[in-house]
Write a protein that binds this ligand. Structure first.
Ligand code: AMP
Length: 302
């Protein structure tokens, strides 16, 4: 791999149960950190932070390492791995959480290995905002910090989430969550309200309608790539965030142009995620596949 800046990624590592239109799938390897790390690995060295239980297959960690993911910061602890049980609508456009079992995640207090602390880029994947703050406090001096969050934390941990917002450069969030966080429906107004809380960059994911980036320069748009076969959107948001940070790390730049360039890569990599159940498709994507998909994404808007 080229000599690029590294990305430290923290988030859930999961064994999900998924009710998809194509069937019911149990113990599917997932979690925000897993999807995001796989996406980063297409661009830059990645250091993954997380926790798994004794039921988590070692072969998965071997597969991740085979893709270049440093998993030395993934702790194995007595107990069961975090589980999310989700049910998707027939058109895959919406989903419902049927169950969340924290298991080993409940007492997780991450300690970052030294090489993790030195990474220039940090992705605080979707986990409890206090854990996000804990990881951020252990970093030496990251150049760029991005975070993701979800409705659960906006509902029950708003104060801690606001402290995260004060410390980050970029928030990546979906449209419903952005509206909920800002308390207004209009996306531009909501983006302004949330940027005023801290992050100079806000990226709003809008599912099949693509994504909007808000920064000092204005607004940028990237379409979602229309797929012929959509199997499982789980992890698409995390893959989007991972590819964005990975590409910025590869360029080792976070200026307006680099952000707009990375936005295209983020949508391209997220589209691969949807083509397979869990991490299946992401595990086989090559940099050549990414280049081809990126060209197709760019052609969409030209
Ligand atoms: P995404 O589809 O990008 O929103 O990410 C889906 C992944 O998030 C799944 O693999 C879940 O295991 C994980 N997830 C769901 N709920 C939570 C939660 N409360 N905390 C952390 N991770 C979660």
């Amino acid at each position: 791999m080229k000599n690029t800046s590294a990305v430290t990624v923290v988030g859930s590592v999961a064994l999900d149960d998924l009710h998809l239109p194509s069937g019911y799938f149990e113990n599917v390897v997932g979690g925000a950190a897993t999807f995001a790390s796989l996406a980063v690995s297409l661009f830059a060295p990645v250091r993954m932070v997380g926790i798994v239980g004794t039921d988590f297959p070692d072969s998965v960690l071997t597969d991740l390492a085979g893709r270049g993911v440093d998993t030395s910061g993934v702790l194995k602890s007595a107990g069961k791995t975090f589980k999310w049980v989700g049910k998707y609508a027939q058109n895959l456009a919406s989903r419902e959480t049927l169950d969340t079992q924290l298991n080993v995640f409940a007492d997780f207090r991450p300690t970052l290995p030294e090489s993790y602390r030195q990474a220039s880029y940090l992705l605080l994947g979707n986990i409890h905002p206090s854990l996000q703050l804990d990881v951020l406090a252990q970093m030496d001096k990251p150049k760029f910090v991005a975070a993701d969050t979800m409705n659960l934390w906006i509902d029950i941990e708003r104060a801690a989430l606001v402290r995260v917002l004060e410390k980050i450069d970029c928030l990546i969030i979906n449209d419903e969550e952005l509206r909920q966080l800002a308390g207004v429906h209009n996306i531009r107004q909501a983006a302004k309200i949330v940027r005023d809380l801290g992050p100079r960059i806000l990226i709003c994911k809008r599912g099949e309608y693509g994504a909007l980036l808000f920064d000092d320069l204005g607004i940028a748009f990237v379409p979602a790539f229309p797929l012929e076969t959509e199997l499982d959107p789980t992890g698409a948001g995390d893959s989007f965030a991972g590819a964005l940070l990975g590409r910025l790390a590869e360029l080792d730049r976070t200026d307006h142009t680099a952000l707009r360039d990375a936005l295209g890569y983020a949508t391209a990599v997220a589209s691969f995620c949807v083509e397979g159940v869990g991490t299946k498709r992401l595990l086989s994507v090559t940099p050549a596949d990414v280049s081809e998909r990126l060209a197709a994404v760019r052609a969409l808007a030209s």
